[in-house]
Write a protein that binds this ligand. Structure first.
Ligand code: COA
Length: 150
């Protein structure tokens, strides 16, 4: 069975699997924990998950910033599933949902080590390097239109 991507209801029991994935891929390697963070902004986010054999193997969150712009955040795929197009599927699902919801632009904070991932999907680097969760990041953005994501 292949990987399937969908929007997850935050009341779903699978939300724990998303938390575990974010903790394992985005915080533990940095010596940090989500347990020490205020995750209340998650409540206004749309959560996209990639599942394989009913297990969450990838996730990304979409956070509305204003009437035109959303932020892509908490992008993660488990090591064993990386390099197989799962991350791309998740970003494409988020872009389609954002465009159909009327948003015009996606912004994100890209870790320097994965700039190439976002560049391969036409995100543009904007401005100077900055530090977040203790590591170098860049602002990136992409203009949306329905033609380009359908
Ligand atoms: C970044 C991440 C989400 C990519 O997911 P993935 O499923 O491995 O990515 P895909 O297989 O869909 O790759 C899509 C494209 O990006 C490229 N790519 C993936 N990771 C890359 C990287 N680290 N550097 C440069 N390019 C990369 C792939 O080669 C592929 O390009 P192609 O289609 O031209 O061959 C994943 O590596 C990950 O979870 N990393 C750890 C957590 C993290 O850093 N998250 C991002 C925080 S900003």
């Amino acid at each position: 069975m292949g990987v399937s991507v969908s929007i997850m209801d935050q009341s779903s029991p699978k939300y724990q699997q998303v938390w575990d994935l974010r903790e394992a891929m985005l915080r533990t390697p940095l010596g940090l924990s989500l347990k020490n963070e205020d995750l209340s902004r998650d409540n206004i986010n749309t959560v996209f998950i990639a599942e394989l054999d009913e297990k969450v193997v990838g996730c990304v969150l979409m956070e509305p910033k204003n009437a035109e712009t959303v932020q892509l955040r908490a992008m993660a795929v488990y090591n064993e599933q990386q390099g197989k197009g799962v991350g791309r599927l998740l970003v494409q699902a988020l872009e389609q949902h954002a465009a159909r919801s009327g948003y015009k632009k996606i912004i994100l904070h890209a870790r320097k080590v994965v700039l190439g991932f976002y560049k391969s999907m036409d995100y543009q680097q904007v401005g100077e390097e900055f530090v977040e969760v203790g590591i170098p990041h860049y602002h990136m953005e992409k203009a949306l239109n329905l033609d380009s994501v359908d």
